[in-house]
Design a protein around this ligand. Structure first.
Ligand SMILES: NC(=O)c1ccc[n+]([C@@H]2O[C@H](COP(=O)([O-])OP(=O)(O)OC[C@H]3O[C@@H](n4cnc5c(N)ncnc54)[C@H](O)[C@@H]3O)[C@@H](O)[C@H]2O)c1
Length: 393
């Protein structure tokens, strides 16, 4: 059987740690796979790689060892305490697979320049693959959200990109971009779970297409946006006119602290508002994010929807969502790895449009409507079952 590795960028963060602890717990029969879409009945009988067969690795700028990170997550009630305690040995072993990296802050130049940093990342990926004798590596970006940058012609083609990389001050301010580029150049599949810019850039899309590699993104759809893309189509289907949809998100984890910086917040809000804006064209849409340290991982979203019914009668709907961010995200990360691996087994490459329901901003999605997106995923499963090739519209 082919061996598949998962390489997390941001491997010691909340989402990656929860995903790895979850994968071990599921593999050992300690926990059910609740929250994992690919554990549902629609996915039975497909040649999906088993969670127990995934081999994990990754890189992080954090030096906190995984066992200590798991205890931190248990203390924050994200993981059951017994898992953090009982899986200590497995996590210690896994921690040895992780690369502690220097990284570089957005806007700065890494040691030796961008090309040198690219080479270092590529060497780490190559080492992970060869040390573990892997046939396929899926690189998953779960690192801190970076600010949005202007897409200059430097990002248009692989040649322009590589040329600009050799020029100090060429505008390459993003570690996420370099990691994505390294992944594709090293023959890995790439999944971007964050709002940062990566494989959607034309140069990277081309490398993926030319190298026949699958990629998917971006920004996991885990909580408030999931609800928006379920409820938005309901208003549309009933011909109720949404006048305003405003939301406020409160969160207190490290992701919340990162998003408290205006540039990273802007990057996130671009994705969060895109779905509603596109679905409800004309409505007043506004979302904000506030960092509330005491909430930890328990993101609270308050939404107010002001809409008109028959004869213009105004009405209001409000909802409160309190989700544990990492517990919502981690199973989806495992799903994305399994489904990307399945597409790759079938020699599908380029953007995996069928994975749209997993993302706030599906790169090649035709709709934000969650049920339509799921219908697209199920249609793909039928094609997989029938052993046909999948034609993208
Ligand atoms: N949790 C969710 O529901 C959810 C949903 C959608 C998107 N996301 C995104 O997923 C990402 C991860 O979320 P999280 O809660 O795990 O955040 P986190 O802050 O706990 O983890 C991010 C990790 O990335 C590491 N990192 C930063 N720069 C790096 C670099 N250059 N190279 C390697 N590692 C680096 C950090 O040290 C940290 O360990 C964030 O970008 C977040 O916006 C999360």
């Amino acid at each position: 059987m082919a061996r598949t590795g998962v390489y997390f960028i941001g491997a010691r963060g909340n989402v990656a740690t929860t995903a790895m602890v979850g994968a071990i717990a599921i593999s050992q029969g300690r926990s059910p796979a609740t929250g994992m879409v690919t554990d549902g009945p629609e996915f039975k009988g497909l040649p999906l790689i088993g969670v127990q067969d995934l081999l994990f690795g990754g890189a992080d700028v954090s030096i906190k060892p995984l066992p200590a990170k798991a205890v931190e997550l248990a203390n924050a009630r994200i993981l059951p305490t017994e898992l953090a305690v009982e899986l200590k040995d497995e996590l210690e072993t896994l921690d040895k697979q992780l690369h502690t990296v220097k990284g570089f802050a957005f806007g700065s130049v890494p040691d030796g320049g961008y090309l040198a940093e690219l080479t270092r990342i590529e060497e780490r990926l190559a080492r992970f693959r060869s040390d573990n004798n892997l046939d396929r590596v899926v690189v998953v970006n779960v690192s801190s959200t970076e600010p949005h940058f202007a897409e200059t012609p430097d990002y248009d083609t692989p040649e322009q990109l590589m040329k600009a990389l050799t020029t100090a001050g060429g505008g390459f301010t993003s570690a996420t971009l370099l990691n994505a580029l390294a992944a594709l150049r090293q023959g890995c599949a790439y999944v971007n779970f964050t709002p940062s810019q990566a494989s959607e850039l034309p140069a990277l899309r081309k490398i993926a297409r030319d190298s026949r590699l699958p990629h998917a993104g971006k920004d996991g759809k885990t909580g408030e946006t999931l609800l928006k893309t379920v409820l938005g189509p309901m208003f549309l289907a009933r011909n109720l006119k949404v006048m305003s949809w405003v939301g406020n998100n409160f969160l207190g984890n490290n992701d919340g602290a990162v998003l408290d910086a205006p540039a990273s917040k802007d990057s996130k809000l671009r994705q969060k508002d895109a779905a509603l804006r596109e679905m409800l064209g004309g409505a007043f849409v506004k979302t904000d994010i506030q960092y509330v340290p005491s909430l930890g991982d328990w993101k609270t979203a308050w939404d107010l929807i002001h809409f008109q019914g028959f004869l213009g009668t105004p009405m209001t709907m409000t909802f409160t969502w309190q989700g544990c961010d990492s517990a919502l995200a981690a199973p989806l990360v495992l799903d994305l790895v399994r489904l990307t691996d399945l597409a790759w087994q079938r020699e599908e490459s380029g953007l995996l449009a069928q994975l749209a329901p997993f993302f706030k901003n599906p790169l090649d999605g035709h709709t934000h409507d969650f049920h339509q997106q799921m219908a697209g995923l199920y249609a793909w499963l039928d094609v997989v079952r029938a052993g046909q090739s999948f034609e993208r519209k």
